[in-house]
Design a protein around this ligand. Structure first.
Ligand SMILES: Cc1cc2nc3c(=O)[nH]c(=O)nc-3n(C[C@H](O)[C@H](O)[C@H](O)COP(=O)(O)OP(=O)(O)OC[C@H]3O[C@@H](n4cnc5c(N)ncnc54)[C@H](O)[C@@H]3O)c2cc1C
Length: 410
């Protein structure tokens, strides 16, 4: 009797949006190719859990979720928008600066979700498909090259072995840090975040709940989530270093609602109403990213970076999770080609397969990373050419630069 092939062992470190989507994409592509794989997901937290905030998926990411066969469930947890990505408005009187339309009439459409609902959907799908074994309280410290495998060392002194390790462990990725010495970079901007019940249409003067108010050095963003029952709020302010010394980059860091009121004094009445509905202690974050990194794969392709571990970006295009999802799709496809022995020279070895994953994904992810910085500077009127211009002079420049910016992402 011919011995049954041992499944290829894949360790996914980090069970966030990137890690769970990658798990599903690898399972999908390898099942279709008839390749046996064993996937273990190692999450540091005690539960697979997301913060109480929203995340907007563009049509690029939504399309991949539909390709995996649970797009209907994605649409069910998202809010159905009304043909608008965001309408940009003046801070003082809410007059329109520019409105970015999108086609929301198709099945595959933008999907603004509660992060927790999206993570629950991914986790539930992993479980229903028996795509992986999900571990908790497994905080990876480092990986070790065993030649033909990788050993993962956890904080609790246990270890695990796999044929490849996919580092989906976020912006602070210990695995990335093992190979590359750099640190998250503080953008100078902080964000207040919160979720409130959606205001009634009679108290909302715009045709869309997706609105961004612009002012010098600050902008205030809202968009609907949870089937249009809740409004997600992310309010950005650029501060001096002395004002941000005590702010953390953590979802447990909070402030008094009074701080938000003070920062947005002078904003239009609709914004004041939204602020008044925030919890008494909204969260307050330092917004950080990483410098673009030119190598995403190590140990001959046995260790690969994915999502924020590879390309943490500022949130100003609302594209980071979508880029992580794209990584997972491409990696799943590449691994299935390699493992099924497709004969294509690009997939002949694990090293060449990992290189192909990087070659396909890196330029697009880095463009999104760099464009996210530019978008933030534009909204806050801090690009070099706007620094000495008045608010009134900046407004048409922002409209011009914003009109087409999202097209390459979608
Ligand atoms: C204010 C803000 C708004 C945003 N809005 C959007 C948006 O609208 N649309 C969008 O597409 N993106 C948005 N993003 C970006 C998006 O949140 C990230 O790009 C996305 O979450 C990255 O997913 P990830 O799985 O790579 O990393 P993460 O979401 O950070 O997940 C990493 C996971 O790894 C785990 N982990 C960490 N270290 C270890 C370890 N050592 N061992 C084991 N597990 C570990 C963590 O607990 C976590 O579960 C926003 C970001 C911010 C800050």
């Amino acid at each position: 009797m011919v011995p049954k092939a041992q499944p290829f062992r894949i360790a996914v470190v980090g069970g966030g949006i990137g890690g769970l989507f990658a798990t599903l994409a690898i399972h999908h592509h390898c099942s279709a190719a008839g390749v046996p794989v064993r996937i273990d997901v190692y999450e540091q937290a005690a539960q697979y859990k997301e913060i109480g905030a929203g995340v907007g998926l563009g049509v690029n990411a939504a399309r991949l979720i539909h390709k995996l066969g649970f797009g209907d469930k994605l649409n069910a947890i998202a809010g159905h928008r009304t043909g608008v990505w965001i309408t940009f408005r003046r801070f003082d009187n809410s007059e329109e600066v520019v409105t970015i339309p999108v086609n929301d009439n198709q099945t595959i459409r933008q999907a603004p979700c509660a992060r927790s609902a999206l993570l629950d959907l991914l986790k539930g799908t992993v479980e229903a498909r028996e795509a992986a074994t999900l571990h908790t309280k497994k905080s990876c410290r480092r990986v070790e090259d065993l030649g033909d495998a990788v050993r993962i060392h956890f904080e609790d002194s246990t270890t695990a072995e796999a044929d490849i390790v996919i580092a989906c462990d976020g912006i602070h990725s210990p695995i990335r840090n093992q190979f590359h010495v750099d640190k998250p970079i503080f953008s100078g901007t902080i964000a207040y975040r919160g979720v409130i019940p959606i205001p009634s249409p009679s108290s909302w003067p715009f045709s869309s709940y997706s609105v961004l108010w612009l002012a010098k050095h600050k902008h205030f963003l809202v968009f609907p989530i949870s089937g249009n029952t809740e409004l997600n709020i992310v309010a950005f302010v650029t501060k001096s270093p002395s004002e941000t010394a005590d702010v953390k980059e953590s979802w447990t860091s909070v402030c008094d609602r009074k701080d938000v009121e003070e920062d947005y004094a002078g904003f239009d009445d609709v914004v004041q109403k939204v602020i008044s509905l925030l919890p008494e202690q909204p969260s307050k974050w330092k917004i950080t990213d990483r410098e673009p990194l030119d190598c995403w794969q190590y140990m001959g392709g046995k260790v690969l970076l994915l999502g924020d571990a590879a390309h943490a970006m500022l949130p100003h295009l609302g594209a980071g999770a979508g880029q992580a999802i794209e990584d997972g799709w491409v990696l799943g496809r590449a691994l299935s080609e390699h493992l099924s022995g497709s004969g294509n020279k690009h997939f002949a070895s694990l090293a060449s397969t990992a290189q192909l994953y990087q070659d396909v994904r890196l330029p697009r992810a880095q463009k999104t990373q760099k464009t996210s910085r530019m978008a933030g500077d534009t909204y806050e009127m801090q690009t070099e050419d706007m620094l000495n211009k008045t608010f009134e002079e900046c407004i048409p420049i922002i409209a011009e630069r914003t009109r087409e910016r999202m097209k390459f992402v979608w």
